[in-house]
Design a protein around this ligand. Structure first.
Ligand code: HXC
Length: 510
């Protein structure tokens, strides 16, 4: 009996060593943690329940039958983050480069199936040389099985990908279909074809970091949602994010204890909007002053900064925030900002997270570049996402809300539940200058007349009251009381139920 127990411990110890000390040292020398160290940091201490530690591949080609490491290059199981269950897989680069064999994929599929069945998020830590070359199509089939599960799990349980090493070729498409992708600066990259192929095909000389590093994907491509300095920081931030999210689409997000007065008045907000309508101000200040304890988890912070997306809590409840940022491009809507916000709105809607929209938008960005690249379709994504969202929606207009962008930004007409406006709001088809130049074209050149017309237009429309007279704005509120008003609005909406007409699924403009 003792021998059997001893054998188990020996086998476990062997599996825990992955590809051996030399390769573990090499992993550390690159500033990377091992697959197991990452799981330990991600999960609550001692909470990890491992599965399939002794699984080995079945390949007999290219001498592989002599090299069958226990675990087959991926550590899988479940554990807790602040007491809440998550499933996790963590690819072990020290074992055959973390490459994906049929059995490696099978391990991942097993925990994804359990996650869907038991209603808990899946967190995938990616560090892999891609398809196990020795296995050929068996490996590709394994990827296909994972992809299909990514699709089935989408909107059922949150899926989070953390890229902590290579992720190349078709392998990128599994993270691409998850809800959030986080990367580590200088030690992770994602691309469909690497620098050598790029050089051969397009004659572009580019490093792996330039082509698909964390900075590229958080600033240029928007493939990734956040970039962190090292593994430790990335895993700590994933834990912070999970705290905001529900475990699945049938459960509400967790309610955290809060120590911030919900009636807190912020007098400084009364002067947040500058006197001059063209002077920018920082919308993040409003978000931080609204949030419980000023805690804001920003998503895609470095991309399309003219719109801000992220999570706060109000009375301990998670709220998704979408806010125009007047500091960047005057907060205009364009292709990138519309795409960024649309995806965020859809995430919130499928996981029952209420949406707060803070509006200061001068309209859509004009230009050939925008039109040629399809701003019509991309702008429509945000419009569609807001219109189809059935979660509680509260909107606050702080200043400009012009034209089509007024309708898009969670207006009453897209079934927003409570629409507030600050007294500084201007809700109109366009700004006074542009409007005057169109409707008083005959007076162009006569500065006095144009100024008088602009003043007349401003007096009529550069305020929230016309919209309030129509009921499109439910109430004009004091800026200082915004936290209280918004929190009460969401409190009143906690039992909201809204149905969509039956359909197989919609056809959002992609
Ligand atoms: C089998 C692999 C492997 C792979 C790496 N290894 N990738 N084994 N299949 N795909 C093994 C190496 O043989 C080596 O084994 C160990 O992992 C570490 O690899 P190194 O090359 O020494 O490490 P490094 O110098 O850091 O380079 C890492 C790397 C490189 C850039 C990932 O290994 C590489 O280019 N690998 C091949 C990548 C690739 O072409 N994959 C297929 C992509 S297509 P030892 O025993 O020496 O430690 C794809 C399609 C997916 O993935 C399709 C889905 C539909």
């Amino acid at each position: 009996m003792k021998d059997i127990l001893q054998e188990l411990e020996t086998r476990r110890a062997d599996a825990r060593m992955g590809g051996g000390q030399k390769r573990i040292d090499a992993q550390h020398a690159r500033g990377k943690l091992t697959a197991r160290e990452r799981v330990e940091l991600l999960l609550d201490e001692g909470s990890f329940e491992e599965y399939d530690m002794f699984v080995t591949h079945r390949c007999t080609d290219f001498g592989m039958e002599k090299n069958r490491p226990a675990g087959d290059g991926v550590v899988t199981g479940w554990g807790t983050i602040n007491g809440r269950m998550v499933y996790v897989f963590s690819q072990d680069f020290t074992v055959l480069g973390g490459s994906v064999s049929a059995t490696h994929a099978m391990k991942i599929c097993k925990i994804m199936d359990m996650a869907m069945q038991n209603g808990a998020p899946v967190i995938g830590i990616n560090d892999s040389g891609g398809a196990r070359i020795q296995e050929g199509v068996d490996s590709l089939a394994g990827y296909g099985e994972v992809f299909q599960r990514n699709i089935m799990a989408s909107g059922v349980v949150p899926q989070i990908s953390v890229i902590m090493g290579p992720c190349a070729g078709g392998a990128v498409y599994s993270p691409a279909m998850t809800d959030f992708i986080f990367m580590v600066k200088d030690s992770s990259y994602m691309f469909v074809t690497g620098p050598d192929v790029v050089k051969t095909v397009t004659n572009e000389h580019v490093t792996a970091e330039e082509l698909g590093g964390a900075t590229t994907h958080t600033r240029k491509s928007s493939v990734a949602d956040g970039a962190f300095e090292n593994d430790v920081e990335a895993l700590a931030e994933v834990r912070r994010l999970v705290d905001f999210l529900p475990l699945n689409n049938r459960q509400p997000a967790p309610v955290r204890p809060f120590f911030d007065d919900v009636d807190r008045l912020e007098e400084s907000l009364d002067t947040l909007v500058p006197e001059n309508a063209n002077t920018p101000y920082d919308m993040k200040e409003l978000i931080l002053k609204l949030a419980d304890e000023g805690d804001f988890y920003e998503i895609q912070e470095d991309f399309a900064k003219n719109i801000i997306t992220g999570f706060i809590r109000l009375e301990g409840q998670t709220v998704g925030v979408v806010a125009n940022q007047p500091m960047v491009l005057a907060g205009v809507l364009d292709i990138d900002s519309a795409r960024k916000a649309a995806r965020f709105v859809r995430f919130c809607d499928c996981f029952g997270i209420p949406i707060l929209t803070l509006v200061d938008v001068p309209g859509f960005l004009p230009g050939t570049s925008q039109e040629y690249n399809g701003v019509i379709k991309h702008g429509a994504k945000l419009l569609f996402a807001y219109g189809e969202a059935t979660v509680p929606k509260v909107t606050v207009i702080t200043r400009k809300s012009y034209g089509g962008a007024y309708v898009v930004m969670a207006s009453k007409h897209l079934r927003a539940d409570v629409n507030y406006a600050w007294p500084t709001s201007e809700i109109a088809v366009m700004g006074a200058k542009g409007a005057t130049e169109i409707i008083h074209r005959a007076d162009l050149g006569d500065e006095d007349k144009i100024a008088a017309h602009a003043k007349e237009y401003e007096d009529r429309f550069a305020n929230p009251f016309v919209a309030a007279e129509r009921g499109f704005i439910d109430e004009v509120i004091q800026p200082r009381s915004t936290r209280k008003r918004v929190a009460r609005a969401f409190a009143a909406l906690r039992s909201k139920k809204q149905e969509m007409p039956w359909k197989k699924h919609d056809n959002i403009p992609l």
